[in-house]
Design a protein around this ligand. Structure first.
Ligand code: SF4
Length: 418
């Protein structure tokens, strides 16, 4: 690799660290004393495929030049930083060379916007097309879709990429107007809508005509920046639910804003979003995707903020004491999976196991139930917890007292990227 390309790689892999639409971010562990590995450098991230495999991706920007001036973004045009741009061929060569050396299994490519949306999108598509057609590359490709790009280009992107993403960036429209006045929510929604329809159309056609090509087989995702515009968790989670339902997104990623500039519209430097808030948002997201919760059950007008001390499922259970205790030997799966301390897998095992006879507390332990939490919410053969005072506040205190390492020490700040 030439020095010039190496320098570009250094700048553009570092700039890509702020995009969390994959699954690894937030560590600044650097290599010291000639040790092994280095999490401080950008460049490689991970993503999970439909069948649960974890793939490592070369994660870079095509360029960090940008015609826009989004206040929260390190690549904004008014920011005085070192700029760089890869050529199409350079990204293709880097991907192929790293792939052949077994460093990566795919490419995660995003970009600032040079000239206009189409000009940038055309280059992103060319890279994916060259990889697929000229190099017969069958690794994973995640491309960022540039809002405002033509449908034809978004269509081509879907033919070559596995996953496409359009970043919502700021959870509320008002926040977006304030911090990124050049952008509009409507412009972001158009490609999402187009992608949703095309993904469905191609899937249906494939069922009839087997030779129909795949179109974004790993679906579409988005990312929201948390804490840059003062929105509540209610806003964030309800926005996520809306986009999951309306555009059939595979994932919503949440990225805690790291204050990097003195701008009156933004939180002050040093007031970054605690990592635990990001965790609670991901847990809430999980509850909506796998546990059958609606956003309004997790956060609403009465509880607009997530409890940072305890996870959102426990918080919901404590606010809904009238539903408990739940009889493990009689209740439906949908209720059992809502009991704190019982996950999807243990709930399925409970349903299977109780066919052979009523379950006792010892059986539940063996099925993977976290009894220290579940015991406040269940009845099973020979067991019912008795309380002096069964209020939600008291149960929360009992649980926190028993699991301080998990809930209390978790309130750490997000690691800084530099
Ligand atoms: S358009 Fe994207 S890259 Fe450009 S300033 Fe806004 S967020 Fe940053």
């Amino acid at each position: 690799m030439s020095d010039r390309v190496f320098q570009k790689l250094h700048i553009l892999a570092d700039a890509a660290k702020y995009d969390v639409s994959c699954s690894s971010s937030g560590s600044n562990r650097s290599n010291k004393n000639k040790g092994l590995g280095n999490a401080d450098q950008g460049g490689i991230c991970h993503s999970y495929t439909e069948d649960g495999r974890c793939v490592s991706l070369l994660k870079i920007l095509l360029t960090n030049h940008c015609i826009y001036d989004c206040a929260y973004c390190v690549s904004r045009k008014s920011n005085d930083i070192q700029r760089a741009a890869f050529t199409v061929q350079e990204v293709v060569d880097l991907t192929i060379n790293f792939y052949r050396r077994n460093y990566i299994e795919g490419l995660f490519l995003s970009s600032g916007i040079f000239k206009n949306a189409d000009y940038t999108m055309e280059r992103l598509v060319s890279i994916a097309k060259k990889l697929r057609q000229e190099h017969k590359f069958n690794g994973y490709i995640h491309l960022k879709t540039i809002p405002g790009a033509s449908e034809e280009l978004v269509h081509q992107a879907g033919l070559y990429a596995d996953r496409l993403s359009v970043n919502l960036e700021i959870p509320t429209e008002e926040g977006l107007k304030l911090l990124a006045p050049d952008k509009s929510r409507a412009e972001m929604i158009l490609p999402m809508k187009y992608l949703k329809n095309e993904i469905v159309r191609f899937k249906e056609e494939r069922q009839i005509i087997k030779s129909t090509p795949t179109f974004a087989p790993a679906g579409q995702s988005t990312q929201m920046i948390i804490g840059a515009s003062g929105e509540s968790d209610k806003h964030i989670i309800q926005t996520a639910q809306h986009f999951y339902t309306k555009f059939q997104l595979k994932r919503v990623y949440y990225s805690g804003y790291v204050p990097i500039s003195h701008d009156k519209r933004l939180p002050e430097i040093g007031s970054q979003v605690p990592m635990v808030r990001e965790n609670r948002l991901y847990q809430s997201d999980w509850l909506m995707r796998f546990y059958g919760f609606k956003a309004e059950e997790i956060v609403n007008d009465m509880y607009p903020l997530l409890d940072l001390d305890i996870d959102p499922k426990l918080s919901w259970a404590l606010r809904n004491q009238q539903l408990f205790p739940i009889d493990i030997n009689r209740a439906d799966y949908n209720l059992i999976v809502r009991i704190p301390g019982i996950g999807v897998q243990s709930a399925k095992k409970i349903i299977m196991a109780r066919r052979f006879g009523p379950l006792r507390i010892e059986n539940l332990q063996k099925l993977g139930v976290a009894i220290n939490r579940a015991k406040y919410f269940i009845i099973c053969l020979g067991f019912q917890q008795l309380y002096a005072d069964k209020s939600g506040a008291n149960i929360k205190q009992y649980i926190l007292a028993q699991s301080s390492s998990k809930y209390v020490k978790n309130n750490s700040e997000q690691l800084s990227l530099f």
